[in-house]
Structure formats: C-alpha cells, structure tokens
Design a protein around this ligand. Structure first.
Ligand code: DGY
Length: 323
C-alpha cells in the first residue's frame, strides 16, 4: 500500500522531520519560505495531509471545489485561527493542534515582555549598542517596579495560569483575571489568582494587562479603543496570544496619546508586518512571535503533530483533534 503523501509547509526541527520521513512520503519545504495562497490551494489537492503553521493562511476559499485530497491538517501550533475551521469541518477534514507543550515557554515570553517594558530593557539595550550610554546616573532609564503591582489576565487557560503562577509566586504580584467560564476559586488560588466578572473590572485595577485568550472571531479586537480608555494611564499591555485580539490601530493611538503607558508585544495583526509607528515608539517592546521558540518546545510540538498524523492514518482518533 502506498504511503500517505504529506506536505510540511515550513522547516521543522531536523529530528522531527526525520521521524516523519521514516513513516510517510514527505515533502519538506527546504527553503523555509512561506507558501502563498496558490501553493496552499494546490497542496490541498495534492497531499493526503498538510502540516501548516501560523504563517499559512487557510481561509474558506482555499477549500473550494471537489478536488480536495487532504484529509487532515496537522497544525504545528496550539492556535489555529489561521485555518477556517468551519470550512474544514464542512469538507470533512480533520484538524489537530499541539496543546500543552508550549505552555511554560509562552508564559516565559509574556514574563520577559512584562519585565522588559516595565524596566525599559529594550531601550537600554538599544542605547548601549548605539554607543550612547554615558554612565550610571540616578535618573537614567527609570522604569516601573513590578513587585506588589497588579497584573490582569484575560483568558485563564493553560498559558494564562502558568503566567499567573510566575507573576504571583515568582514576582510577588497580585493577580486578577477574566475568563468566560467560572473558575473554582480554590483552583484560581493555586495560581495565586482571583477571578473578576468582566474584562472592564480587570482593566480598571491592573497595572499590567496580559492577553492569553485564543484569536479568531470570538475575540477579534477584544482590546479596542474603549478598552484602552478603561485601562489605567500608567498601565502596560502584554500580548503573546494573537495579533487580532488587539485593534492595532487603536493600540497605536492609545500609546501615542498616553492613554496607556506602554506595551510588550510578541504577535501582530498582519505578521510579519509591524506598523512603522509602533516600531518607532520607545515605550514598546517588540518580539517576532517567539512564544514557543525553544529547542525543547519546538521539538515537542513537532512530535505532537507526528503522533496525531500517525494515529489518524492508523485509523485511530488523533489525540489533539480540534475538528
Ligand atoms: C502557537 O502555537 O499558537 C504559536 O503561537 C505558534 O503558532
């Protein structure tokens, strides 16, 4: 029997590519260049499985027609808002993701952004590299103390909880959060956190607001102009979730007008494009979507995709099926 044809859309850790290639007829993207819509359209017609990442947009239009061969999309990542899930479901295509293995590393990047923006680490590094540091002085790059401050978390899934734990037990912060589901207060207390009824309640009391909810339609522009206005003027926004959770134009205005004090961002609305006005601001720390970027995590993510694909083609239920 011929082996399933599989397309891996970007380079993966080499060990994971090797495991996959032992089992399947695999086409690798050796150049690691993002595939455009035309190539992805073709791929859905030519491969039994396509293994995309967040950089591969798969809107409904790509699934049109009867010639779709793909039976499973094994997404390399936990977030899957780049895939039109309803359309995949309508076409009978299984979609899987990689939950659990990137929790700690993504929470770490949120912590890194919080600390960097509060303590002006990015500004300091840029100044020093530019040869502009003139030496220690009491008023130089004075930031905001983190210990004792309140962090507000929007979304209390795995990553939100891991971030809460770091903030409370590691950095002595008070933690409040908003979640659509009611969380048992005893469970929240394990992470040093307390649930508040609304997003606005969280915004009103937080010195840092960190986003940990999924992207996609349900949370599109959850942080908009009105919500920035509801934050303290001294507060910072941290986003390691998805770019579309934030109305980027409204964020830029809020930063320029001083409605909020600063932001630490790992994700953007139109990656890899980051607005020039954002890049020009000193009170913003910008990372290029590094949340899960450690050797250990990227390997674990790849192995999760492999496990899902193996299960699927063996006729078993993939462990991380989302559709
Ligand atoms: C994830 O897993 O969702 C990361 O953001 C990469 O897509």
């Amino acid at each position: 029997m011929s082996r399933p044809r599989i397309l891996v859309t970007r380079r993966w850790p080499i060990t994971v590519e090797a495991v996959l290639s032992e089992r399947f007829d695999v086409t690798l993207n050796k150049d690691d260049i993002a595939l455009d819509a035309g190539h992805l359209h073709e791929a859905l017609r030519a491969y039994d499985a396509v293994l995309p990442t967040v950089s591969d947009k798969l809107p409904a239009a790509l699934f049109e027609g009867d010639a779709i061969r793909t039976k499973i999309l094994g997404n390399f990542g936990v977030g899957f808002n780049h895939i039109d899930i309803a359309e995949a479901r309508a076409k009978g295509i299984v979609v899987t993701n990689t939950p659990g293995v990137l929790t700690d590393c993504t929470a770490d990047i949120a912590m890194l952004l919080l600390l960097s923006v509060a303590r002006r680490g990015g500004e300091g590094e840029r100044e020093l590299r530019a040869g502009a540091w003139t030496g220690w002085r009491p008023t130089h790059l004075v930031g905001t103390k983190v210990t004792g401050k309140t962090v507000g978390i929007i979304g209390f899934g795995r990553i939100g909880r891991a971030f809460a734990q770091r903030c409370h037990f590691g950095f002595g912060m008070d933690v409040v959060f908003h979640s659509r589901s009611a969380i048992d207060p005893m469970e929240a207390a394990r992470y040093g956190a307390m649930q508040l009824p609304t997003v606005e309640d969280v915004l009103a009391v937080s010195d840092f607001v960190s986003l940990h909810c999924p992207g996609g339609a349900e949370n599109h522009h959850l942080m908009n102009a009105a919500r920035f206005a509801a934050m303290k003027r001294s507060a910072f926004l941290i986003n390691t979730a998805r770019g579309d959770v934030v109305d980027e134009a409204a964020l830029i205005s809020a930063l320029e007008l001083g409605t909020i004090r600063g932001a630490g961002l790992d994700v953007y609305e139109a990656e890899p494009n980051v607005p020039e006005r954002l890049r020009a601001m000193d009170n913003v720390v910008l990372l290029p979507h590094l949340g899960s970027a450690t050797e250990e995590t990227r390997t674990a993510m790849g192995m999760k995709v492999v496990d899902n694909i193996i299960a699927f083609f063996a006729g078993r239920e993939p462990p991380d099926r989302v559709v």
